[in-house]
Write a protein that binds this ligand. Sequence first.
Ligand code: UTP
Length: 295
Amino acid sequence: MSHKSFKAVIPAAGLGTRFLPATKAMPKEMLPVVDKPAIQYVVEEATDAGIDDILIIIGRNKNNLSNHFDSVPELEDKLRAKGDIDKLNKVQRSSELADIHFVRQGEPKGLGHAVSRARAHVGDHPFAVLLGDDLIDERDPLLTTMLAQHERTGATIIALMEVDPEQIHMYGAAAIEATDTDDFVKVTGLVEKPSKEDAPSNLAIIGRYVLTPAVFDVLDHTEPGKGGEIQLTDALQELATQEDGPGVYGVVFRGRRYDTGDRVDYIKAIVQLASDREDLGPELRPWLKDFAATL
Ligand code: UTP
């Protein structure tokens, strides 16, 4: 389905401190997942959902991110001269995927602040936000479902995933009410990184959102919250509890997700994605079995 009327925003201006020193001179969204940077999977997910206008919010070390989505004529000429068409296609793909724009965040004041930097580009329209370090398996399309739910309800749509209650302190957590549709819930409250005891449920916010432009006015007055950062969760909490707005709904995702911002999950993502691939899996899978037997 085409969603050409939507723009997508990918915040990639965080400090990525969990990956230091790898992220000292490179955003964590540029870390390779098998043979593509994480952010390319996310851009491909947006284009697969029919969105072809993408705004990436960049911080320091912006150059390698923007270079990745530019063409590199000298490299392309070399590959063409060698007749290596397969690699040529791979190199060209990232620069032909979508209409990609960049805006700077300046200082990393939090995800909410990063999203607010998209206002001029997005204008008065609903838009999608995809976190650049959160990968959703292309076999489990989530964004398409969220865009369709937004078109049906006009509401803000967030993605939720059941997590182990021991892990909820790492996420925003949602208080919800069921609706008539399976895995589609009304969000009645949100808390950023609650303790296990304070969490309203074990439904965690994951990195996909369909937002209405009303979020910008709310972000304008959202005070710094957890960690001293302007939290998108706090702005969404206000939208969820407004009496006269369309509210906030959640799509409960039960598919495959890889959090490449966390070191162990990053390694798992590479192993899972590589072992599923036709070009790498046949060599990798037997090795993995042998290796696992030694553990
Ligand atoms: P995270 O909290 O996972 O990113 O933000 P981080 O702060 O870079 O990571 P650590 O904890 O230090 O390792 C979630 C997403 O929001 C973006 C990040 O780039 C990431 O995609 N973000 C966060 C911004 O764009 N700007 C910010 O000020 C903060």
